[in-house]
Design a protein around this ligand. Structure first.
Ligand code: SAM
Length: 301
């Protein structure tokens, strides 16, 4: 059987099992199993061996049972990183890339401002902590696969980046992801929120915490509900437990002039902004995703 025949059969099998994105999923699985580039598959349509066909059949069976395609292929692209994922770790989402882009934008603009202030007034404002001469320090809470921490560590190789998470499995992925992406300036620590960093302070704190309301957990797509870790999703009764905990302690862990970045659930921006204001954060701003939903909150100290 040729590759494209196998792809057609695999797509039909996924469709019959009610999988929504049957063709792209089948394509990802077939190309991953064969280690073949998409162009090569469509141009050369090679003949398949029986061992390859059997391997693909096994992987397609896993997808038919609802396992996310990213767990089956074992990795996902996140900005310029390859992030390995599997059972026990949340699959990084495109909206989280927005958070990283906002952090990068902020750090770069602060650096520029700091440079010009250095030259003109030498002012020791918050920005001076982000000058090229000082070490930029970043803490990523609820780090999971390490995608946020590692993307920032890669962009700022002189920065000291820390990621914390309660999950041993997730941290094993984060450390592996540092290795496969050749990133040396990220350290991953196990423990709840700020606990592993004691009273240390940072220039930037980021978090994509669990934020799904408890009564919504059952309504999630089965790929998420039955496969991704519940500890990565459950944000408590109103979905706000982690925002309250993080924002009530973040002030003690931010250098003056530091910034906090939080990913938000689709309807949480107003409530999280209120909490940030009540906790003494200033310049609170929410950035929208491509669908116009408030997704990233930035708050200063
Ligand atoms: C929504 S996932 C985010 C993972 C990753 N940062 C990302 O953006 O893909 C939330 C993470 O929070 C972790 N978590 C749950 N409770 C925690 C706690 N008390 N302290 C630290 N991390 C926690 C989970 O293990 C999970 O990895």
């Amino acid at each position: 059987m040729r590759l494209l025949d196998l792809l057609r059969k695999s797509t039909e099998s996924l469709e019959a099992a009610g999988i929504e994105d049957a063709l792209p999923d089948a394509e990802m699985i077939v190309l991953h199993a064969l280690g073949t580039e998409r162009l090569d598959a469509y141009v050369n349509n090679p003949e398949m061996g029986t061992a390859d066909a059997a391997k693909i059949k096994r992987l397609i069976q896993r997808r038919r049972k609802g396992e996310p395609v990213q767990y089956i292929t074992g990795s996902v692209a996140f900005l310029e990183l390859t992030v390995q994922v599997g059972k026990g770790v949340l699959i990084p989402r495109p909206e989280t890339e927005l958070l990283v882009e906002e952090v990068i934008k902020t750090i770069k603009s602060e650096e520029l401002r700091a440079r010009s202030q250095d030259k003109t007034t030498g002012a020791a404002s918050c920005d001076s902590r982000l000058t090229p001469h000082a070490t930029l320090s970043v803490l990523d809470l609820c780090t999971g696969s390490g995608c946020i921490a590692l993307a920032l560590a890669k962009e700022f190789p002189d920065a000291e980046v820390y990621g914390t998470d309660v999950s041993k499995e997730a941290l094993a992925y984060a450390r592996k992801n540092a290795k496969i992406n050749s990133i040396q300036n990220a350290t991953f620590l196990q423990g709840s929120l700020f606990m592993p960093v004691n009273d240390r302070k940072f220039n930037i704190i980021t978090a994509n915490p669990p934020y799904i309301r408890r009564d919504e957990l059952d309504t999630l797509q089965r790929e998420i509900r039955d496969w991704e870790p519940m500890d990565a999703l459950d944000g408590g009764e109103d979905g706000m437990d982690f925002y309250r905990q993080i924002l009530s302690s973040a002030g003690e862990h931010l250098n003056p002039g530091g910034c906090m970045f939080l990913e938000l659930g689709y309807d949480q921006s107003e409530e999280v902004k209120k909490i940030a204001g009540a906790e003494g954060f200033k310049d609170v701003a929410v950035m929208n995703d491509y669908a116009g939903i408030g997704r990233v909150m930035k708050a200063g100290r």
